[in-house]
Design a binder for this molecule. Structure first.
Ligand SMILES: C[S@@+](CC[C@H](N)C(=O)[O-])C[C@H]1O[C@@H](n2cnc3c(N)ncnc32)[C@H](O)[C@@H]1O
Length: 270
């Protein structure tokens, strides 16, 4: 087999879920999960549900922490994500996986979990009130929901995404900028919307904590490349890339660029 054919064969077997686990988890979702879990006093022996678990990074970290008397269930709508989650499960870990939509989880009984956690899933849920009602249903009385969610795109909360949107608006078109904004997986509501949604689903002791998670990248020249904008005409591409790099200058440190991503951590009790 030629080198090209072998490379093609390799590409065939790496699907989006495997790529997510290989690339996105170590660079983004593992550091974010470690940060998120620092905020959650999950006790040894707890029963935990991880919704929109993806390939299972949050569930795996929790399972290491809670010991064998605890248990973690992961649910995700994507069969491919769950297949990778199965493959990544260490032997004997107290982890089980389900393919399912968070808005209807008939395979989970009422009043089952001490915690329901969700890392960067909420913004994808089509029917957010139904998702919250279902998460509430499966929590034990006194159990706690905790979700970490990227805040909406504004200059203050998501400066990197904002710079992309603005550069495309300026050099390409308003539509191109708005398209960019709609592509990115950020929550489009406000803190007050979140508070109201949790409250309507029945949660009490609601707490919404806003902050920034800093992703360490190289210099702006290293992580904002012309290749990322290859679809644009060369002159326009150069102008777009140059504007975005300039917008990231204030976040440069000696150890690279600390790109801030604004988040909400939304919590509530049943
Ligand atoms: C950005 S990924 C986050 C995955 C994981 N929580 C992590 O931190 O790596 C978002 C996940 O939400 C899942 N998802 C989207 N809508 C869903 C729904 N209605 N029910 C369950 N999972 C959903 C997707 O399949 C995807 O795996």
């Amino acid at each position: 087999m030629s080198a090209d054919k072998r490379a093609d064969k390799h590409l065939e077997v790496i699907g989006p879920a495997e790529l997510y686990e290989r690339d996105k988890v170590p660079s983004m979702f593992l550091p974010l999960a470690l940060f998120f879990l620092e905020h959650l006093p999950i006790a040894q022996g707890a029963a935990v549900l991880d919704v929109a678990c993806g390939t299972g990074i949050v569930a795996r970290l929790i399972s290491e922490h809670i010991g064998n008397k605890g248990s973690v269930v992961g649910v995700d709508i994507s069969p491919d994500m769950i297949t990778v989650a199965h493959k990544q499960t260490p032997p004997g870990a107290p982890l089980t996986w389900h393919i399912g939509n968070v808005t209807t989880m008939p395979f989970l009984a009422d009043n089952t979990f001490d915690w329901v956690v969700c890392q960067q899933g909420f913004q994808f849920f089509q029917d957010k009130p139904a998702a919250l009602r279902e998460m509430y249903r499966v929590l034990k009385p006194g159990g706690r929901l905790a979700m970490i969610i990227w805040r909406s795109v504004s200059e203050e909360s998501q400066p990197y995404q904002w710079a992309k949107v603005e550069a495309l608006k300026k050099h390409v078109s308003v539509d191109a900028g708005e398209n960019q904004r709609s592509l990115v997986p950020f929550y489009d509501g406000s803190e007050d919307d979140l508070q109201m949604l949790l409250s309507k689903a029945g949660f009490n002791a609601i707490n919404i904590h806003n902050g920034f998670f800093e992703m360490r990248r190289g210099t702006p020249e290293e992580f904002i490349t012309e290749e990322d904008y290859a679809r644009l005409e060369p002159l326009i591409r150069t102008a777009v890339v140059s504007d975005i790099r300039e917008a990231m200058q204030p976040f440069q440190t000696k150890g690279g660029t600390l790109v801030p991503y604004g988040f909400h951590i939304a919590q509530g009790n049943k």
